[in-house]
Design a protein around this ligand. Sequence first.
Ligand code: GDP
Ligand code: MG
Length: 663
Amino acid sequence: MKLSGLRNIGITAHIDAGKTTLSERILFNAGITRHMGEVDDGTTILDWMDQERERGITISAAATLLPWAEHHIQLIDTPGHVDFTVEVERCLRVLDGVVAVFSAVDGVQPQSETVWRQANRYGIPRIAFVNKMDREGADLESVVQDLRSTLRANAVLFQIPIWREGVFCGAVDLLTMQDVPPDQLEEASFARDVLVETLLEEDEELLEAWLDGHRPEPEQLRRCARRAVLGGGLVPVFCGSALRNCGIELLLDAVVAYLPSPLDIGVLLGEEPNTRKPVERLPSVDAPFCALAFKAHGEPGYGFLTWLRVYSGQLPAGGAVINARNGKRERLSRVSRLHADEREQVECLRPGDIVAVAGMQFTVTGDTLHAPGAPITLESIHFPDPVIFAAVEPETEAAQQSLSCALDRLLAEDPTLAIRPDPVTGQVLLGGMGELHLEVAQARLQREFGIQARFGRPRVAWRETISGQGEGSGRVDRIVGGRGQFAIVHLSVEPDESDEVHLETALPKLFARAVRAGIRESLLQGPLAGVPVRGVAVRVHGHDLSDVDSSEQAFRLAASKALGQALSRAGPVLLEPLMRVEVVVPDESMGVVLGDLTARRAVVSGLTARAGRQAVAATVPVAALFGYATQLRSMTQGRGDYSMLPEGYGRVPTSMVAEITGR
Ligand code: GDP
Ligand code: MG
């Protein structure tokens, strides 16, 4: 398999735009499957998790390799639901190109918009596929307009639809102009001129020749288009109907013609793990090996699998690599790749490969693996902290052990889940990116691990921080069981993103450790609302001890007291997680939706009109978003839609602090 012939692509779409159906058709047309799977009767291959079948949404992402026109297309199935945009992010990190699917009836919807912006951030070349052309109300022109105005994409039609008696039955390829129905000749010629003019901007010589009346060859136009797409300046638009298996072959041809191979990505930038000096790698078999772990999950019958994207070098299966984060050596023994749901052993890893490795021990999502002696850390994937938490309890006391094992497993797979103890009740709290995220975790516990877990009502992941500096002292001086307990700790706190603890006083080792432990413990429970404290640097600058009566216990307690005092004196502030929310609603629902957003403490940052609909961009506290999906549905008779992504933390208004802290 030649590197220039490989296309690592993902399909992104708003939920229901037809991504799963399209993926199925692609597998069918590439000869991977012999019958066409249907989403509607639950027989698709890519949605293998039962859960997805039931919910009809794609949650986990799998990579599938398929041959097409002397090339290989590696299809990475990206999830579409709003609560899983982070999952999309980690796929985007390892993709080279994207097919963005839009519904011809609904146009650019909020999730496709969110994903589009994520793809912009990674500079990923894209082509657009306008699906559902067979549906009544399909409007290709208006989707293209939407792409241009809403997404600011230089979207240009490469095809025009063919209609027979009002029924969609294919498309004219504007580059070749083959088989144009006579009654659409004029329309097609016009569209072709628009296309040719855009493409020839890439090539002055061809442009001049064209202006002199020379017709450019389709191959020349394709070369111009490829250059423009790779440069990010052009988004070719194709159309079809996945359901009717119409337009799929031309789309696959376009993937091969316009989307990048791993070679086109060019020099890869990273840093030396220790010195953090810039390091470069070429996507070549001759460069030293490096790869990024972008996903890990348990797979019935295969154990735990870690997915790698290889960027440079080559490595025979069984070869050893170093994990850049922890310096540990890992052997990549059982390496496989996926053809739909069939696994194939990989003998040698090469640039551009996306493979699953079984039995990795020290590697988690986001880690770089490199050849011994050629260290590099690739830019990792950014995972936001959980925004909500819910208490999780096993049905029976006896299931506690298996519940914690299962939770560990879920966490290793999904870096946006987290657990922490509830400092008051001691319960285990599971955190995630939204209500649906936790619901899915609960369902997976039952299905994959046979654990019935009770979930409490989700709570917001509040935080505390401080607005100034503060000093504190803690003194412990008492007698317990006939022995004296004595320790004094002096410390100060100040606002600082590093969250570091500095020991600036010469304490014996054991006591130093006890002081650190006391501080860490107290940072889990701030003085204002008993929630974790962040953005604080602690300096321990003085202590007193007794040779006879001091103990670790006493120092731990003294440090904790000192910290509590210092924090209370440093102007503690309550923070809440915020979401960036995009809502799209019909014109007539705009008033009520905006009113509701205001009641939810939203800060609206933009309003845009789109063909009969309005888009609202706003920042909204997570606390005010519970039940939003249901509420929006009822306010808009099911015609409203939204997407959201975490957007940092904001200060809770003073008037609400008492309500939250209950003090
Ligand atoms: P996903 O959520 O993006 O993965 O979308 P699905 O592939 O699950 O499709 C959502 C719904 O749209 C299903 O009921 C499909 O049968 C239907 N659908 C998908 N593609 C087309 C199409 O081209 N035409 C029509 N009419 N329906 C389609
Ligand atoms: Mg789907």
